[in-house]
Design a binder for this molecule. Structure first.
Ligand code: PEP
Length: 254
């Protein structure tokens, strides 16, 4: 019942010229073919227009990697939801572990951003995940519960169409190390139980939970085959047109 979401996070890579070329390549790999998964690229802010232009008339969607909680005003360097809508974005990633770590974003701020995105009619991909020490100490579920519940506390009603969670164990991001399919499924199942507590079974079954952390063509089939894994948030492999397209192709075969 849940459509796979295959989302690329380009992080601070690819300015407008490079991003346009890469987007064209990605779209080109699917020329004349359609897919039933949803596919999304989140480039840096300055490259959104270039990517959006190349994706015109294709199934590929564009999103952003961050947003501010205010509509406009004296917030130098920030971008609002209305600007992202105007720029053709459909999704916004919030609370990526790199933002939590390097920009000191707390679970409360991430939750406010997620709510703002949803209230303003965009779709939020809220990232959660534990660091290695927390997993080793057996605290991974507690950490993820705190991060997920901070967002759930601010949400009400059926948000299933606008709310996506990405479970990204921090120790697996950009490291080449992946959670095993079993570790991923265990955590995704746990997250779904938190969603069920909050929203009930009907709504929780509709909310997508993505896995992120060194997903690539070689490991995506096993990960995407897990019951509660509804797609991927993909960093490194989304910067190569053939790898990203291959993951979409694999999702189609599951
Ligand atoms: C990410 O940036 O969200 C990510 C999962 O990166 P990578 O796929 O490179 O580990």
């Amino acid at each position: 019942m849940r459509t796979f979401l295959i989302a690329g996070n380009w992080k601070m890579n690819a300015g407008p010229s490079e991003a346009g070329k890469l987007a064209k390549e990605i779209a080109g790999t699917w020329k004349g073919k359609t897919f039933s998964s949803e596919a999304l690229i989140c480039p840096p802010f300055v490259s959104i227009a270039a990517v959006s232009k190349e994706f015109e008339g294709t199934q590929f969607k564009v999103g952003a990697q961050n947003v501010h909680t205010e509509d406009n005003g004296a917030y130098t360097g920030e971008i609002s939801t209305s600007m992202l809508k105007d720029a053709n974005c459909e999704y916004v990633i919030v609370g990526h572990s790199e933002r939590r770590e390097y920009f000191h974003e707390t679970s409360e701020l991430v939750a406010q951003k997620g709510k703002k995105v949803i209230d303003d009619g965009l779709k939020a991909i809220v990232c959660v995940g534990e660091v290695l020490e927390e997993r080793k100490a057996g605290k991974h579920e507690d950490v993820v519960k705190e991060q997920v519940n901070a967002v759930l506390d601010l949400l009400d009603g059926d948000v299933s169409d606008q709310f996506v969670i990405a479970y990204e164990p921090v120790w697996a991001i950009g490291t080449g190390e992946t959670a095993t399919p079993e570790q991923a499924q265990e955590m995704h199942k746990f997250i779904r139980s938190l969603l069920t507590e909050k929203f009930g079974d009907d709504i929780s079954q509709k909310i997508r939970i993505l896995y992120g952390g060194s997903m690539k063509p070689e490991n995506s089939e096993e990960l995407l085959s897990q019951t509660d894994v509804d797609g991927g948030l993909i960093g490194g492999a989304s910067l190569k047109a053939d790898s990203f397209s291959k993951i979409i192709e694999i999702s189609e075969s599951i």
